[in-house]
Design a protein around this ligand. Structure first.
Ligand code: PLP
Length: 436
């Protein structure tokens, strides 16, 4: 069957999937009913029956530049495949690695000048955790409760969203801190009061844990899958100040928010003077057309590891074809002014349309958006009481959203009590309005 060159029917694909593929997250759609996506173009996906779906969340908030690979990016990848498809980053050096690192250094603010290139977001975070521990000689890492940092052992232990911690904690040394909008505040709201309370709480915790034991505070600049929790003005600035005061590194996880999602190249650029010591990113770096992530670090950390080469490595680090894809995609991102498009055309529509849904539907409690990253908080439409807590079961009207999305030709992401809105950054205003 595998060698006779014949095509597979949809039934054969489904049977092989059920017989031999494993589910990833237990919350994923069952393989029996998951749409089999055969083709993708622009901001649309097509299943085997030819049904067209608007990609409402850029898959896992990652296909930032849409599903059509620009000619220049395709050519860069093919050229790399033809000239030198692989060199192990530990023994040789692909020229494109230096080019991408230097472009990133040019675009990133401040002295964020050193770059490593793992393959996934979780791997980048694992690497950032190790580097922070090696650099500081300390072990504890602080993370927010409402966060997700990846599915491998270290990042999953860093993650605060208990629903994703199957099997419990796997690694030690991770301390949880409140987001600036803990559950006893209004859902998703983050105002000055919540912000100053969370900072006061954090300082107490730092003192109680002992600053001499804390390597880093690692947080998403805008927690993404936890609900696009845009921190109030002053929060990230306050975290930076506490890191400075207690000699703790600040690590920004920009895996989901990096490369334009929030209307800046990196979301931390929204916060006055905040430059993390280390940051990670992935997804949007290559538009997800190749697996590639990065760990960026400030000059003193880079210098330290140049003279103490005890850092990190993996076989597929700095994979040349992925780097060629990343370099060409990033140039395309800059040359086509994707940031301008988000700020001019996407964010205003996103905000007005989200607010329209708040006004229109009793099941929508509130909404927020930054750049091309939007979210609705859902609530029980009958009682209209306080929104559900994270982890509560979905009441039927909300469970029906996902199916209704697919029926209506939309592929979306419902993580109760939130419904994300994060289409590819290249979506046109008309396509965006159509989706809403
Ligand atoms: N960090 C954040 C903020 C994420 O949203 C994700 C994935 O969604 C990760 C890390 C993990 O990235 P990956 O799935 O590429 O390992």
């Amino acid at each position: 069957r595998h060698f006779d060159g014949s095509t597979w029917s949809e039934a054969e694909v489904r049977k092989a999937a059920v017989d031999h593929c494993m589910l990833t997250w237990s919350g994923s759609a069952p393989l029996e009913t998951m749409p089999i996506i055969e083709r993708a173009e622009g901001v649309y996906l097509y299943d085997t029956a030819g049904k067209k779906y608007l990609d409402w969340t850029s898959e896992a908030v990652c296909v930032n530049l849409g599903h059509t690979v620009p000619e220049g990016v395709k050519k860069a990848m093919i050229d790399q495949l033809e000239t030198m498809p692989f060199v192990y980053g530990g023994i040789g050096f692909a020229p494109v690695r230096a080019k991408l690192a230097s472009l990133l250094a040019e675009l990133a603010p401040g002295d964020l000048n050193g770059f490593l290139f793992p393959s996934s977001g979780g791997e980048a975070n694992d690497c950032a955790i190790r580097l922070a521990r090696l650099y500081t000689g300390k072990t504890k890492i602080f993370n927010q409760y409402r966060s997700y940092h990846g599915g491998t052992v270290g990042p999953l232990s860093a993650t605060g969203d208990f629903r994703r911690k199957f099997g419990g904690e796997h690694a030690t040394g991770f301390v949880k801190m409140f987001n600036p909008e803990p559950h006893f505040f209004r859902w998703g709201d983050t105002d000055e009061v919540a912000c100053s309370q969370a900072l006061a709480c954090l300082e107490e915790q730092i003192v109680a844990e002992g600053p001499s034991t804390i390597a880093a505070i690692m947080l998403e600049s805008v927690p993404g899958s936890a609900g696009v929790l845009i921190p109030a003005v002053g929060y990230m600035e306050g975290v930076r100040a506490l890191c400075n005061k207690y000699d703790i590194l600040m690590i920004a996880d920009e895996v989901m928010t990096g490369f334009g999602r929030c209307g800046e190249l990196f979301a931390f650029q929204h916060f006055d003077g905040v430059i993390p010591d280390i940051f990670t990113s992935a997804k949007g770096l290559t538009g997800s057309w190749q697996p590639l992530s990065l760990v960026g670090m400030r000059q003193p950390i880079k210098d330290f590891f140049w003279s103490n080469p005890t850092g990190w490595g993996s076989t597929f680090q700095a994979h040349p074809v992925a780097l060629a894809c990343g370099y060409a995609s990033l140039k395309h991102f800059v040359e086509t002014d994707v940031l301008g498009h988000i700020n001019r055309s996407i964010q205003p529509v996103m905000i007005s349309e989200l607010n329209r849904l708040v006004d229109k539907y009793a099941c929508v409690r509130q909404a927020r958006a930054l750049g091309a990253f939007g979210c609705l908080d859902l609530q029980d439409p009958k009682t209209g009481e306080r929104p559900m807590q994270v982890g509560d079961p979905m009441p039927p009207p909300i469970a029906n959203f996902k199916r209704a999305f697919n029926d209506e030709g939309l592929i979306g992401f419902v993580r109760p009590p939130q419904l994300h809105c994060a289409p590819p950054l290249v979506i046109t205003e008309a396509e965006l309005r159509d989706g809403f």
